[in-house]
Design a protein around this ligand. Structure first.
Ligand SMILES: Nc1ncnc2c1ncn2[C@@H]1O[C@H](COP(=O)(O)OP(=O)(O)OP(=O)(O)O)[C@@H](O)[C@H]1O
Ligand SMILES: [Mg+2]
Length: 392
């Protein structure tokens, strides 16, 4: 079983890359299911098949597509919890605090979408799943949720305690379903979250792949996802820089952009080190439809099987005790290079002089370093060890 999850900033090309990967995997004889957890009907748009829906729809031999509807999923599996929530909402009216809590709920629908993966894995019909995630920041949080649930412990709080104070809304009310059946649903749900967590953190089975464009914003966004995934023990095996404009245009406007993007690609290679990076050009027209997606898959993977694990390792390691946090980061330079380290609040900037000019490596710092001071940085053998200490 193989699970590949594409993530990245909005519009970078997650959906098309996921589709191209899935087509190529099907061609490599993997019985593949592509799942989109995006609320819009994106898979239908990409494959140009309007009827991709809630049930797996055959796209090609060895390839099925499924568009998750979070509301259906939630209704089907968790109607007890839903009706409990609904009655609580209507009984309480909506004040300011409640409005805030309600704003948290879209996150729950995302989680229900992810749980579909656990369900598909259990059926054992498919041997590979490619998951197209909605824009990263949001969705990844829910991938990490199982780990949080695990560490909080199922006995300590009810499920809703975890959703940042939503529990306050769930006071037992006379009109709502019996508390015991809600508890029963909670326990079942926690079991499924735990099983999903095991799947996602199994590094021989699941990998996250980062999709970025040759621009500062999407690269930084992907880098954050990279560090967060490492923090939670989820493997990231590949970065894809998509929509690169070709060099050598006679038009000044295009050639300026292409030159700029070239520097961004170099920067991305330094930032995603030691991940392999694949570069994908901006096609001459909008990338969609089976034929173009297939060509795109060949451009990305060539003769390689996209199901392989492209990188297996620990790009970031974190060790903590009461007052210190030690972070070890693999970096694409050595002691001999001329480099500079600076910390700006929650990120570390490493500037290195290289053959292609200065390369800036930005490392987002884990929240645990807030209130800590960077006391030492040591570079040895492509590994940068950074020591943070409390109250220095
Ligand atoms: N290499 C490329 N060449 C040409 N067009 C591309 C390329 N990659 C993506 N596109 C186009 O860019 C648009 C966005 O792509 P896509 O929907 O895959 O991005 P996304 O990251 O899934 O977006 P969202 O965050 O909204 O889910 C689409 O119109 C797609 O056809
Ligand atoms: Mg998409």
């Amino acid at each position: 079983m193989r699970l590949i999850i594409y993530t990245g900033k909005g519009g970078t090309g997650k959906t098309v890359t996921a589709c191209s990967t899935a087509i190529k995997m099907a061609e490599n004889n993997h019985n593949t299911l592509i799942i989109s957890a995006d609320p819009a009907h994106t898979l239908g748009d990409a494959f140009m098949m309007p009827d991709v829906g809630y049930e797996p729809k055959m796209v090609l031999s060895n390839l099925h597509a499924l568009q998750i509807d979070p509301v259906i999923e939630m209704n089907k599996q968790y109607s007890t919890i839903l009706s409990y929530m609904a009655s609580t909402f209507s009984a309480k009216g909506i004040d300011e605090t409640l409005a805030y809590e309600i704003a948290m709920l879209p996150g729950m629908t995302q989680l229900f979408s992810l749980l579909k993966i656990d369900e598909v894995v259990r059926t054992k019909i498919f041997d590979s799943i490619v998951l197209d995630m909605p824009a990263s920041g949001e969705a990844l949080r829910y991938l990490y949720l199982p780990k949080l649930v695990g560490s909080i412990g199922r006995k300590l709080t009810g499920l809703f305690g975890i959703f940042s104070g939503v529990s306050r809304m769930f006071q037992p009310l006379s009109k709502s379903p019996a508390r015991t059946s809600v508890l029963q649903s909670e326990v079942e749900l926690l079991d499924r979250i735990e099983s999903l967590s095991e799947i996602i953190r199994n590094q021989d089975m699941s990998s996250i792949r980062l999709v970025a464009n040759p621009d500062t914003f999407s690269i930084e966004n992907a880098k954050r996802a990279f560090v967060s995934a490492s923090l939670y023990g989820i493997n990231v095996d590949l970065a894809i820089i998509n929509k690169i404009m070709p060099l050598g245009s006679s038009d000044q406007y295009y050639s300026n952009w292409a030159d700029f993007q070239k520097t961004k690609v170099n920067e991305a290679r330094a930032n995603f080190f030691p991940l392999p990076v694949k570069e994908v050009q901006l096609h001459t027209s909008e990338l969609r439809g089976l034929e173009m997606l297939k060509i795109n898959g060949d451009l990305i993977f060539g003769n390689e099987d996209p199901a392989q694990i492209f990188y297996h390792g620990r790009p970031f390691t974190f060790t903590t005790d009461n007052s210190t946090l030690r972070m070890i980061v693999k970096v694409p330079f050595t002691e001999r290079d001329d480099f500079d380290i600076e910390r700006y609040s929650d990120q570390l900037t490493i500037k290195v002089k290289s053959s292609v000019g200065y390369v800036v490596n930005i490392i987002p710092l884990p929240a645990a370093t807030i209130g800590m001071k960077l006391v030492r940085a040591k570079l040895y053998d492509n590994e940068l060890t950074i020591l943070f200490e409390k109250g220095v």
